[in-house]
Design a protein around this ligand. Structure first.
Ligand SMILES: [Zn+2]
Length: 210
């Protein structure tokens, strides 16, 4: 999906402050990724820019957002937390915030893909409230295929990141993962070809992936 010029200029501004967060925002705005967060490891300036612009973004693309207080022990609730970088983030927790108030996290999502009901469930997880559905809710939110979630819950997954995606693939040839990787790649290529190399850092190369 081609994005309006105004949206692209806002995203570019955020990419300049926090390249990865900016690219994630691009993928969500374009509908390639269901949702994402500006978490406590995101640069404060990028989060401030998002807050400044989000109402304007909402008029141009189908996104919505929620603030929440992230609990540092929330990752313990996730069976498949190794699938994401969540554990690492918690371990390396450093609060870049200038004040307690600014420590809140921002969760945003594409309303054409994520229902408000799902968004609220994911928010509850990040706030530290447990439920047996959450692995799947968070998997849907971050676009991790069900086959890969299952593989990581039962321990048969690859335990390696692949290029362009943020999750551990169930197998090097996972069809769903390849589809997602291609969607991410094409979205960045279409809107910001100069950031293709940056997208590669979403995961670590695995020879057989793409
Ligand atoms: Zn898979």
């Amino acid at each position: 999906m081609e994005l309006p010029k105004k949206v692209l200029s806002i995203i570019r501004e955020i990419i300049n402050e926090a390249p990865r967060n900016g690219l994630e925002l691009l993928l969500v705005c374009a509908g390639a990724k269901p949702g994402d967060i500006f978490d406590f490891l995101s640069p404060l300036k990028a989060r401030k820019l998002f807050v400044k612009y989000v109402e304007e973004l909402k008029t141009q693309v189908p996104i919505d957002y929620m603030f929440y207080e992230r609990r540092t022990d929330a990752s313990n609730l996730l069976n498949f937390s190794e699938l994401a970088h969540i554990n690492e983030m918690i371990k390396d927790y450093v609060c870049y915030c200038e004040s307690e108030q600014e420590c809140g996290q921002i969760m945003y999502y594409n309303t054409l893909i994520v229902s408000q009901e799902l968004a609220l469930k994911v928010k509850a997880l990040f706030e530290g409230k447990a439920s047996k559905d959450y692995d799947y809710c968070v998997g849907v939110f971050y676009v991790y295929p069900r086959c890969c979630i299952n593989a990581n819950i039962n321990g048969s997954g690859m335990k390696k990141f692949c290029p362009y995606t943020e999750h551990f693939w169930c197998t090097p040839n996972c069809k769903e993962s390849k589809k997602i990787a291609l969607k991410f790649k094409n979205t960045v290529k279409e809107n910001f070809p100069e950031y293709m190399d940056l997208l590669k850092t979403f995961g670590r190369p695995v020879k057989t992936c793409l």
